[in-house]
Design a protein around this ligand. Structure first.
Ligand code: UDP
Length: 321
């Protein structure tokens, strides 16, 4: 049985991917310091409560039993926070990743799937966005991901490390069986904030209705977290079969506007969503939609759960559990 080390496995995408790996017959060990993740999201026997910056402890986890590949989620994810506290982001996301790669080198682990982001593209000049667009991040968060994509390429060149960087678009939804779901504090993502607005009656603020899109609100490529998790399984299989290092967008190629998401939430929950329209949020591109043809053609990935109502319905089931 192949053994996969998942860093950040107590977080949102990490906990879904851990479940998919187990369902697919992999053995999984999770490294998480629980600074943002949730203890309840991981089976206790699989969890190693280790900080990503603690290289010797990472080596020890990799030496418990041989690890065939690492999936590296452990990172901070809030764009606004990264601009207020860049040191925190460079330390955890960049130094933390370098600590992990150093440990992998020492333990002889040569395959890694890395959580990257559409934020590496900044304001894209071509939509749907192909992987070939140049790096142009607009935030410290995006820059930390660009930096590690580059570090991975250098570890590949110098030490034969093989990597797949998955550039996520808008991860959303929850495990259809509600075994895990999205639970950030503070929450910054649209769909859970719309649920909160319904629950509390306090209106959600929607950022900008003057964009050059058909209804004036921003368009995003919402990808169900279980489809995203399955892309990681495909990436691990690719590496274990000897595939070369790659970058893949993970999105559906379909975009929904903020207005359409609000309508979907009202439809699925069966209640109106209290909301007000505010100004644009700084750094938000009008349109972010993935060209995911490489992922589909090369890894045979097909989204199964990413229809908007399915995303909202699974997210609501988890939220309301
Ligand atoms: N958004 C919004 N109000 C909020 C949070 C998000 O209008 O309180 C909008 C945001 O401007 C973007 C979309 O919802 O167009 C998705 O934002 P989110 O923060 O969920 O993901 P991001 O696109 O930043 O990765």
């Amino acid at each position: 049985m192949k053994r996969i080390l998942v860093t950040g496995g107590a977080g949102y995408i990490g906990s879904h991917t851990t479940l998919e790996l187990l369902d697919a017959g992999y053995d999984v060990v999770v490294v998480d310091n629980l600074s943002r993740g949730h203890r309840s999201a991981v089976e206790p026997a699989r969890l190693r409560e280790v900080d990503i910056l603690d290289t010797p402890s990472l080596v020890r986890v990799m030496q418990e039993k041989p690890v065939d590949a690492v999936i590296h989620f452990a990172a901070y994810i809030a764009v606004g926070e990264s601009m207020q506290n860049p040191g925190l982001y460079f330390r955890n996301n960049v130094s933390g990743s370098i600590s992990l790669l150093t440990a992998m080198q020492e333990a002889g682990v040569r395959n890694i799937v890395f959580s990257s982001t559409a934020a590496v593209y900044g304001m894209p000049t071509v939509v749907p966005i192909p992987e070939t667009l140049p790096y142009a991040p607009l935030s410290v968060y995006g820059e930390t991901k660009v930096m590690i994509e580059k570090v991975l390429a250098w570890f590949g060149q110098t030490h034969g490390l093989r990597s797949v960087c998955l550039r996520y678009f808008n991860a959303s939804g929850a495990d259809p069986a509600a075994r895990t779901g999205e639970d950030h504090e503070p929450e910054t993502h649209l769909i859970p904030l719309l649920f909160r607005a319904i629950e509390t009656g306090k209106p959600a603020t929607l950022f900008g209705q003057d964009y050059p899109t058909p209804d004036g609100s921003c368009i995003r490529d919402y990808i169900h977290v279980s489809d995203l998790a399955r892309a990681h399984i495909g990436a691990v299989e690719w590496l274990l079969k000897g595939g070369e290092s790659r970058h893949f967008n993970v999105g559906t190629g379909a975009g929904y506007s903020v207005r359409e998401v609000v309508d979907a939430v009202a439809r699925v929950v069966g209640k109106p969503v209290p909301h007000t329209w505010g100004p644009r949020r700084e750094g938000d591109p009008a349109l972010l939609v993935a060209d995911s043809s490489s992922l589909r053609n090369e890894l045979g990935w097909v989204p199964q759960d990413s229809a908007l109502d399915r995303i909202v319905e699974t997210a609501w089931r988890w939220y309301h559990r």
